[in-house]
Ligand binder design. Structure first.
Ligand code: TRP
Length: 328
C-alpha cells in the first residue's frame, strides 16, 4: 500500500517550455517525486479553452512538453505522466460538478475577470472558459489529490476546488478531500523585457532555443537605463541581466557586480558572458530533449502507461461519485 500523499499538478500546452517553467515549477516537481505519489498532467482541455480557434499546433507543444519534463528529470518510474484528454474521467467529473457550481462563483473569480480584461488576442467570453476552474477542480478531485504545487496566481483556483469539494460533500456524501496548495519559494526570473516571463509576452528563453537564439535574446535584455556609454557606471541591483547572473552564473556574480559598478566592462560583454553560462546550463537538458523527441514511440509508451495508471485511480473516484449521487 502506498502511504505517500497524493499530489497532482498540470501545465497547459499553449507554447514552448521556458526558463520560467523550469525554475518556477519543474525543478520543484522533480524534487517532490520522492516525497509524494505524483501525477503530472498535460492540461490539453484547459489549453483548448483559449486555443480553440487554432488548436492544431497544440500537438507539437504536447510532445515537446513531455520531452522537456523528462529531460529535466521528471521520472516516469516515480511519477505518473499523462495527458488530460486521454483520461475520460476528467471531463465526466467536470460535467457533474458543473451542474452544482453556482455561476456567481465563476463570474467573480479574479483570474477570470483579469484574463477577460488582459487577453485581447482571443475571445474568451465563452461558456467553456468560464468553466476553467471547474475543470481544474475535476482534475484534482478525480485523484483525491491532497497536495497541489502551484504558483500564487493559481491560488484562487485551488480555493474554488476546495469550495467545490465541500459543496459536493455536503450535497451528497463526503468523498472528496480538500486539497492543500504547495507554494514554494522560487527564484525570481523576469522575462527578457523585465516583465513576467510568459509565452504571451514573447519574452522567454525556451528550453529548446538554439544557442544563437539564446544569445540574441540575452543580448536584447534591458540593463540599467542610466548606463548609456561604456564608461558610465551602472547599478547591478536594478539590472535584469545581473539577476540572471545570480541564478545561472553564481561564480561570476562578484565579477559582474564589479564590472558594472566600476564600468570596467560594458553591458554587451556582460551579456555575452551570461549567454555562455545560460547555454552551458541548458545544454544537458537540450541534449536529452532532442534525443527524446526523436523517439516518439518511447514518449507515447510513457503516456499510455500514464493514462492507464491515471485511469485506474480516477475511475474509482467516478464510481464513488455515481454511487454517492445514486445515478448509476
Ligand atoms: N490552470 C493551471 C495553470 O494554468 C494548469 C492546471 C490545469 C492545473 N489543471 C490543473 C494545475 C490541476 C494544478 C492542478 O497553470
Amino acid at each position: 500500500m502506498n502511504m505517500k500523499k497524493r499530489l497532482l499538478s498540470g501545465m497547459r500546452p499553449t507554447g514552448p517550455m521556458h526558463l520560467g517553467h523550469l525554475l518556477g515549477a519543474l525543478t520543484n516537481w522533480k524534487s517532490l517525486q520522492d516525497t509524494y505519489e505524483c501525477y503530472y498532467m498535460v492540461a490539453d482541455w484547459h489549453a483548448l479553452m483559449s486555443e480553440y480557434k487554432d488548436p492544431a499546433h497544440m500537438k507539437t507543444y504536447i510532445m515537446e512538453m513531455v520531452a522537456d519534463w523528462l529531460a529535466v528529470g521528471i521520472d516516469p518510474k516515480k511519477s505518473t505522466i499523462f495527458i488530460q484528454s486521454h483520461v475520460k474521467e476528467h471531463i465526466e467529473l467536470f460535467v457533474i460538478l458543473s451542474n452544482m457550481v453556482p455561476l456567481s462563483w465563476l463570474e467573480r473569480c479574479p483570474t477570470y475577470k483579469e484574463q477577460l480584461r488582459e487577453i485581447k488576442t482571443r475571445d474568451l467570453t465563452t461558456y467553456g472558459f468560464l468553466g476553467y476552474p471547474v475543470l481544474q477542480a475535476a482534475d484534482i478531485l478525480a485523484y483525491k489529490a491532497s497536495v497541489v504545487p502551484i504558483g500564487v496566481d493559481q491560488m484562487v483556483h485551488l480555493e474554488l476546488t476546495r469550495e467545490i469539494a465541500r459543496c459536493f460533500n455536503n450535497m451528497h456524501k463526503k468523498i472528496f478531500l480538500e486539497p492543500e496548495a504547495l507554494l514554494t519559494d522560487v527564484p525570481k526570473l523576469l522575462g527578457t523585457d523585465n516583465r513576467k516571463m510568459s509565452k504571451s509576452y514573447s519574452n522567454f528563453i525556451a528550453l529548446g532555443d538554439t544557442e544563437d537564439v539564446i544569445r540574441k535574446k540575452i543580448c536584447s535584455m534591458i540593463t540599467d537605463p542610466k548606463r548609456i556609454k561604456l564608461l558610465d557606471k551602472g547599478d547591478p541591483d536594478i539590472c535584469n541581466v545581473f539577476s540572471y547572473y545570480n541564478i545561472f552564473a553564481k561564480d561570476l556574480v562578484q565579477d559582474a557586480e564589479n564590472w558594472c559598478k566600476t564600468a570596467k566592462r560594458g553591458c554587451t560583454e556582460c551579456k555575452n558572458r551570461l549567454a555562455d553560462k545560460v547555454i552551458e546550463y541548458l545544454s544537458p537538458y537540450k541534449r536529452k530533449r532532442t534525443s527524446l523527441l526523436k523517439d516518439k514511440g518511447y514518449l507515447e509508451g510513457i503516456l499510455k502507461l500514464g493514462m492507464q495508471k491515471a485511469s485506474e485511480i480516477s475511475s474509482l473516484t467516478i464510481s464513488e461519485v455515481h454511487k454517492a449521487m445514486g445515478i448509476r
